[in-house]
Ligand binder design. Structure first.
Ligand SMILES: [Zn+2]
Length: 289
């Protein structure tokens, strides 16, 4: 069933598990993510970024959201459709019009007061029509795989726990994305990031709202399970799923290419689904639908 994201995440925070928000960048992945959720009896968040190739025109956005909503409504488990990294007020309002059931306004690169002002404006509009809002305090940057040390991120700054209570209170935000040593994209080979669990513990004590971890890929299963138990309720995963899917697609291609069977996309989608199911177990959301 199609739901707003608060219906999924408030329960997750209370019960101490996390819900996967896979990067959903093609129409095929909508169905495969929902199939994974139904098999695992897990709630699901379709995480959709307007930067994806499939969403580059107004018409494509309408079609994409139409399919996502239709599939979500037919699902036997709760499914929310979240706008990932909404850039500004007009973008986010337009996304609500297209049918997202949750929106992120990312003003994390702005100074504190400007971040609050931008998020507050979106919250006011979104809440007036029942749509919850995710925002980010501190800044989750990009992992730089060319450096062989885990701390080399571009544009990262950790969430300052001293600002959390004021930020949540003044913005009225529903979910808080935190920067605790995580980063977007692939980490350097064989590097598992150092997640600052002391910082996570402090933030989780300050606010009862669901916390969000961007850049879940490559973070290590133990770290992720622990983070979910400590207050991370939504984990964005893209890179790892693409990697598993690509590996399976290439293997399938090599196996089938000379048999006249075109299995590349099927194998890609199968890999993506396998990755989502795997992480549902790691995050503890299996059987929580
Ligand atoms: Zn992100």
């Amino acid at each position: 069933m199609l739901v707003t994201m608060d219906k999924i995440l408030n329960k997750a925070r209370q019960e101490g598990y996390g819900v996967i928000a896979p990067s959903t960048f093609s129409l095929e992945l909508i169905g495969c993510a929902i199939e994974a959720a139904e098999k695992k009896r897990s709630p699901l968040i379709l995480n959709i970024n307007l930067k994806y190739d499939a969403l580059q025109t107004e018409e494509n956005r309408e079609i994409f959201l139409y399919v996502a909503r239709e599939r979500a409504m037919r699902a036997s488990v709760p499914v929310a459709i979240n706008l990932d990294h909404g850039a500004d007020y007009p973008t986010v309002v337009r996304a609500i019009h297209h049918g997202f059931t949750s929106v992120m306004l990312d003003a994390s690169a702005k100074p504190f007061e400007e971040n609050i002002a931008a998020v507050k404006e979106v919250v006011h509009t979104a809440h007036s029509i029942g749509i919850p809002v995710e925002a980010e305090l501190g800044c989750v940057g990009m992992a730089d795989p060319t450096f062989l040390i885990e701390t080399k991120y571009t544009g990262s700054s950790k969430t300052d726990p001293a600002l959390v209570a004021e930020y949540v209170e003044r913005t009225g935000v529903d979910f808080l994305a935190v920067s605790i040593g995580n980063a977007h994209g692939p980490y350097a080979k064989n590097i598992v990031p150092h997640i600052d669990f002391d910082l996570l513990e402090q933030i989780a004590k300050i606010t009862p709202i669901p916390l969000v971890l961007h850049g879940g890929s490559g973070t290590g299963d133990e770290n992720l399970t622990k983070a979910c138990q400590m207050g991370i309720s939504k984990i964005n995963v893209g890179t790892d799923l693409m990697k598993i899917a690509t590996d399976q697609a290439i293997a399938g291609y090599e196996e089938n290419a000379n048999k006249g069977r075109l299995r590349f996309l099927t194998n890609y989608v199968d890999g993506y689904r396998d990755g989502i199911e795997y992480y549902m177990d790691v995050f503890g959301s299996t059987h929580k639908a």
